[in-house]
Design a binder for this molecule. Sequence first.
Ligand code: FAD
Length: 414
Amino acid sequence: MKRIAIIGGGASGIVAAIQAAQMLADRGKTAEVVLLERMPRIGKKILATGNGRCNLTNSDINSAHYRTGDVRSLESALQGFGAQEILDYFKRLGLWCAEREGGRIYPLSNQASSVMDVLLAALDRQGVKVICNWQAEKISRRGDKFLIQPAAGQPLSAERVIIAAGGHAAPTFGTDGAGFALAKMLGHSVSAFYPALVPLKTAGELTKGLKGIRAMGSASLWAGGSHIAQQEGEIQFAEYGLSGIPIMQLSNVAGTLPGKKLTIKLDLVPQMEQAAVMSEIRCRVKMSPSESLETLLNGTVHKRLGYAAMKAAGLAPLSRENRSLSLQEQEKLATALKEMCFPITGTLGWAQAQSTGGGVPLSEVNPRTMESKKAPGLFLSGELLDAVGECGGFNLHWAWATGVRAGMAAANNL
Ligand SMILES: Cc1cc2nc3c(=O)[nH]c(=O)nc-3n(C[C@H](O)[C@H](O)[C@H](O)COP(=O)(O)OP(=O)(O)OC[C@H]3O[C@@H](n4cnc5c(N)ncnc54)[C@H](O)[C@@H]3O)c2cc1C
């Protein structure tokens, strides 16, 4: 019997397997669909997504939310696979969903396990053979078949193979870049890849004193003197540097600028123009000239952030009276609140990253079928490919969309 083998039982591989089996049944073809997973269970990462709630897609799917070296191919792959199509797909599997803030779509149950429940049921219904603890180590072409060699045990041959082994992020879920190595064995290249959706490390003493603070604000990424990108939301301060959704979003861009001198500038009062902040400071100095700087920003930003702004503006010691502040110093304080600078020294590692930037170039696959242009009969899908989305359901969306396409096409041309 002919066989379609899918390497990787994550989001993309699971839907690829379901789709391939469904397609075979619809066409009245008989072939075995085998889903190979190195971990003891499939879908472990899915259960951890969205803090256990699984933010499975977003109502605003478009290329602006992704970074890739080939926007055209990405758009082509997503065409006809927007949020509605993915919602319809999951509805057919029995999953009810609901849209929340920022267009984020979750299962109505708010449980990632609901997503796994319907996926496992569909795999079972479609007769997909799931083999766990099976780590694909080598792959080669043998005539019109592929031979997949596991780390231990007998090799497996298949007429069609889908590599859906993910990227390098979050290796505790089984993803350590092995998929890249497998794709290379069949002639693919892999563009420089980097941890994405990951906290940023900063230099200097400033962040250490801010550990544990969460503040709403706007974060801008600068490379030398050029403004690169901006994100708003809750910024989290940690001993190593900065985190929170706006920072994680910016990390997707920061990763594409290796060797550049990067800085994050935080605007801690985005709702006010610098002139308004300045006039507020001037007013406070006038109202309480004999009080110390320690109380000058009371009632404004988080107290420790206020002190950090004073430190950044060079106003020490805080025992100084407000009246001692020159206009220039007041201006510096306003600037520190609007543009608190944090030099970036790098990102945290793969263990803390939620996704992988870079990967197999989209130009090496047909974006409508995900079939490899290097090895016909081979298909690639998911995070393995050079496409990384923002937080908000975009990465799982990419995994589902490319997985469904790959599964359909693999069965179609068998
Ligand atoms: C903590 C966390 C939270 C996240 N939350 C969200 C979210 O809410 N929304 C969102 O859109 N995205 C989220 N993401 C990102 C999203 O989970 C991934 O982008 C997505 O799962 C990628 O799907 P994939 O199928 O390509 O790869 P993966 O889901 O990583 O699956 C790859 C699978 O392949 C297996 N594998 C690897 N190598 C081999 C091998 N050699 N042989 C056999 N099997 C192998 C792995 O064990 C794994 O099961 C989150 C990520 C993390 C880490």
